[in-house]
Design a protein. Structure first.
Length: 180
């Protein structure tokens, strides 16, 4: 059995509305994600963790005038993604944060997060942000004063019905441990 990350997402992906949220002098742009870019985002995230088809499904159910699906381009090349979605009036989820390996450690993920924060501020939103983070990005989130609340472990294999977190005897293999 594979651990699958499923997220409830609210989206707008109208190809005619590729709104640019922010531009920088070095050629980096944060803008609204287009539906034709979703396969690339799924490929990126799928290289790190197992993913389901939830992103495609939600895109087909999109509403109007909803922010939250962002991509980063550098000189016209798609290099980054971030998805933010409301879960409740005072709770938002951020996931699918990814920067192409060639462009990591250059501040692009921080620019995506900052742009997302700026948009929420302009909309007078004030609440809690929940993040799905792999350990290697935890230090980046700490720069924004996010704190780990709990950890999870994704597993693959068969777990006996009588197993608990303190007993062994399964062939489950830990895939990734995530501290949130």
């Amino acid at each position: 059995m594979k651990a699958i990350h499923c997220f409830l997402l609210q989206v707008i992906m109208d190809p005619e509305k590729t709104e640019v949220y922010q531009r920088w002098d070095d050629g980096f742009v944060v803008r609204r994600m287009r539906k034709d870019e979703v396969p690339q985002i799924i490929k990126w995230i799928g290289s790190l963790i197992p993913v389901s088809v939830d992103l495609d499904v939600i895109l087909d159910m999109r509403g109007e005038d909803v922010d939250g699906f962002y991509v980063g381009e550098l000189n016209g090349e798609l290099i980054a993604s971030l998805i933010e979605t409301p879960l409740a009036e005072d709770l938002r989820f951020v996931g699918y944060v990814y920067v192409d390996e060639r462009f990591r450690r250059k501040g692009f993920a921080c620019r995506l997060i900052t742009t997302s924060h700026d948009i929420a501020t302009r909309r007078n939103w004030d609440g809690i942000v929940s993040l799905d983070a792999l350990q290697y990005v935890e230090s980046m989130y700490e720069k924004f004063d996010y704190k780990s609340a709990f950890g999870t472990t994704g597993c693959e294999g068969t777990v006996p019905a009588n197993a608990d977190r303190y007993t062994s005897g399964s062939d489950a293999v830990g895939l990734v441990e995530v501290n949130l």
